[in-house]
Ligand binder design. Sequence first.
Ligand code: 3PG
Ligand code: MG
Length: 395
Amino acid sequence: MTFKTLDDADLKGKRVLTRVDLNVPMDAGMVTDHTRIDRVLPTIREISEKGGKVILMAHFGRPKGKAVPEMSLRPVALALSERIGTPVGFVEDCIGPAAKSAVDGMSDGEILLLENTRFHSGEEKNDPEFVAALAENGDVFVNDAFSAAHRAHASTEGLAHRMPAFAGRTMQAELEALQLALSTPERPVLAVVGGAKVSSKIDLLENLVARVDMLVIGGGMANTFLAAEGVNVGKSLCEHDLKDTARAIKAAAEKSGCEIVLPVDAVIAREFKAGAANETVPLDAIPQDAMILDVGPASIERVAAKIDTAKTLVWNGPLGAFEIEPFDKATVAAARHAAERTKAGELKSVAGGGDTVSALNHAGVADDFSYVSTAGGAFLEWLEGKELPGVTALE
Ligand code: 3PG
Ligand code: MG
């Protein structure tokens, strides 16, 4: 994987079309989580300090090619300006006369945010005419939106073929971290995969068993694997129609020498609710009317022991229903253990996916992992071994 970075770019006096991911959580017109905004600040600052005109392109939501007022990026321009501590201009269209006159009026080092690229249908179609319209306002292209790199859109892919293209600092950090975790990792490599469903992670599990040395499976998806082994999981979330798939994944793991680590005990409850009455039981004692909401203490110990033997950890998905206490216990314990080992310099830890980041934040250790990706879908597709068009276009 080779790509040019800001080190290779001549930015002074240039119109730098910069793709960022500003698809941030918003409530009543206010940004409620600034993580993604903060991630792109270094790139914006660097381009600005080097005398480039920073012209930001981003999408927000899924307006499907129409201008939907609730999906305007205008409030994000304000939030961005507050975070960066300098004015950020905004223009109500990303192409055409309005965009052109706003860009023409920029001085070197200034920052301008263009309106939601997905207000035009050409964005998602990667329509060459729309790419050309965007390209009119730029001399070079910088992509700092790893989390949108699984989309082959005009502003993430098309533009990279029209002008000199560079990875921004966040894109660069992300690619370097991911490369370190799966392409050239220090072994043994441990993957921890959780979440509700096997069905949404089949490709991911298949790719991982071929590449990692140990795979911990937790969360609702572990129930399907347990059921495939004949465990009665009661009323637990379980995809009974995927038991054969689970067996096939286990067989593939055996063939490639990947050890699969399943739960050995369970925390069960009768209702899916915070504070629900619960107990810890062995796997052969799950009552018919109960559901598994977390892995038990013996399982936690096993996961911790695996973390202790690993040199590299890739994590996606919680081990239990971490969003309702006390069923966050295993996820929090494992996250803190991985964080400790990382801080001690004994482990490289990379985590990603929407739920995973919330879980690490909940455990208070997001800053202690080697790298936490803000990407959801792009991180998953990368774990699946798929090519990311936005990254490929930079190579
Ligand atoms: C995300 O929030 O996952 C990225 O910004 C991509 O958004 P999308 O799933 O609508 O393409
Ligand atoms: Mg998404």
